[in-house]
Design a protein. Structure first.
Length: 501
């Protein structure tokens, strides 16, 4: 083997993001994917992951890569019987001269094993057109499992609407970094984005515009939403729908006069200010509306969570806010879902199953700390660290800066398990990277703000805390550049990162 090939083998194992728990190189071994290779199923749990891998590799290799039941001969093998240390989401990946074997005890584990295998193949394996091989995987034994269960990405489709195809593109991009939750922000002052059949004006009126005033069908039918949910599930990702309340509700209040205390519809809103809207807390129709939304959305969302927002309800007095939550939280439970929401809501409940999502910019929050001490699990999304819509620097044309400027190093250099006073490693459910879209209008805009910061968040959520080190992470992140170019990702080439050519 040439020195160049040897170097490529070594670097592929050193360039994985997120970094696995254990990697044992086998420098004497290389596996070469051939035109006759099969994707082989030793377990039915791996059928969806196998289909995903085949659909990624067929265009670039030009190979047929049939999926077969049973394990025989050359190819990529999915099987069960992984080391118990891998847990419910981990995997083992072993490269032999004739096979790449991914062992996992769950479908989720197989999806995560694929994410690693993709990065062990040459970057051009991600191309959508046929490329020249060889398709080599360096010899190694990898044992891997996540630090946290929840590794999320959020997309706001309310400030600016994104089509199902654009949302699917982002789902594909986040999946390769072992993201397993996709939080979809579906309502806000500027737009109501999901058809509610019992309240049709929500989309007819509230789903007709966005920031800046563009008009049209700017919403998903329930069938389109179900298709998105299934698309995500076929990639190992659970969708969490969010309907923000009792604030951030102008689109609903513009659609139905009865949701306002004065019985008058609000004008549609296309600006970006927050905190001015509120549902009418003391009208029974408000709770019929909320229950209908929860009922319809829960029926078409197989995942266990309903996100009720709850943030920035600045025009809802505290007593009214508590009254609202006391009536709404039981409705979410009634329809079989677990409540999650922005952290403000947690001050109104002692229910330890509820999941607050911390988005503040300070390192203290008494209500979140008290919830953690009671036993609630916290999702960490501090805005000055992991809001993907913050500008990288003062010259960034897209994004906002109310939480500060967030370069890639800032997004990586914090510890979710020791960030918030009174919230320890065991209190943290995971990490989520929200992407708000006041200034974002296209997939290219989404990609520019999410990459390379989203992979930084993914590593914080997956890799052991002991390996987190910026100086070692930056070169691994930079090695993703060629892969993203083949994928057509419009990433921000931060000067903090040594990008591989």
């Amino acid at each position: 083997m040439t020195d160049t090939a040897e170097a490529a083998k070594a670097t592929a194992l050193q360039e994985l993001v997120p970094q696995p728990v254990q990697i044992q190189p086998r420098p004497d071994i290389t596996y070469t994917l051939s035109a006759t290779a099969k994707i082989q199923l030793g377990t039915a749990d791996a059928r969806k992951p196998a289909e995903l891998l085949a659909n990624i590799l067929r265009p670039s290799t030009g190979y047929t890569l049939p999926i077969s039941d049973g394990v025989t001969g050359d190819g990529i093998v999915f099987t069960n019987g992984a080391d118990p240390k891998t847990g419910p989401e981990g995997y083992q990946l072993d490269v032999t001269p004739n096979q790449v074997v991914i062992r996992a005890n769950t479908t989720a584990g197989h999806f995560n094993g694929i994410s690693t295998l993709r990065q062990l193949l040459p970057p051009k394996a991600e191309a959508k057109t046929k490329q020249q091989g060889p398709w080599q995987v360096p010899g190694a034994s990898i044992l891997d499992h996540p630090r946290y269960h929840h590794r999320g990405a959020m997309l706001d489709v309310s400030r600016h609407f994104f089509t199902p195809a654009q949302v699917k593109r982002y789902i594909d991009q986040i999946q390769q970094f072992k993201i397993n939750y996709f939080h979809l922000h579906l309502s806000d002052d500027q737009g109501w984005r999901l058809e509610i059949k019992s309240w049709p004006e929500l989309t007819k009126i509230g789903g007709s515009t966005e920031v800046g005033g563009r008009t049209g069908k700017l919403f998903y039918t329930q069938d389109e939403y179900k298709d998105l949910v299934q698309y995500a599930a076929n990639r190992g990702i659970t969708v969490i729908p969010e309907f923000d309340m009792p604030g951030h509700t102008n689109a609903a209040q513009a659609s139905y006069a009865e949701l306002n205390c004065d019985g008058k519809k609000r004008p549609l809103y296309t600006g970006t200010e927050v905190g001015f809207s509120s549902l009418c807390i003391n009208k029974d129709i408000t709770y019929k509306f909320v229950e209908d939304v929860i009922r319809e959305v829960s029926a078409i969302t197989p995942g266990p969570y309903f996100h009720l927002g709850g943030d920035e309800a600045l025009s809802t007095p505290d007593a009214d806010y508590t009254t609202f939550m006391n009536r709404v939280l039981p409705l979410i439970k009634k329809y079989g879902k677990t409540t999650t929401g922005w952290h403000e809501f947690i001050k109104t409940t002692k229910d330890t199953t509820a999941i607050p999502q911390f988005w503040g910019t300070e390192t203290t929050d008494a209500n979140v700390a008290a919830a953690a001490q009671r036993g609630n699990k916290i999702v960490m999304s501090p805005a000055n660290r992991i809001y993907l819509d913050m500008k990288y620097n003062k010259d960034t044309k897209l994004g906002l800066d109310w939480a500060g400027l967030v370069e890639v190093k800032d997004a990586y250099s914090w510890n979710p398990g020791a960030y918030l006073k009174g919230v320890t490693e065991t209190n943290v459910r995971g990490v989520e990277a929200p992407l708000w879209t006041e200034t974002l209008k296209s997939s290219a805009d989404i990609e520019y703000m999410a990459f390379p910061r989203l992979p930084a968040a993914a590593e914080l959520g997956w890799s052991p805390a002991s390996v987190h080190n910026w100086d070692r992470f930056a070169p691994r992140l930079g090695a993703q550049g060629p892969r993203w170019k083949f994928q057509g990702i419009n990433f921000y080439a931060s000067t903090q990162v040594p990008w591989k050519k």
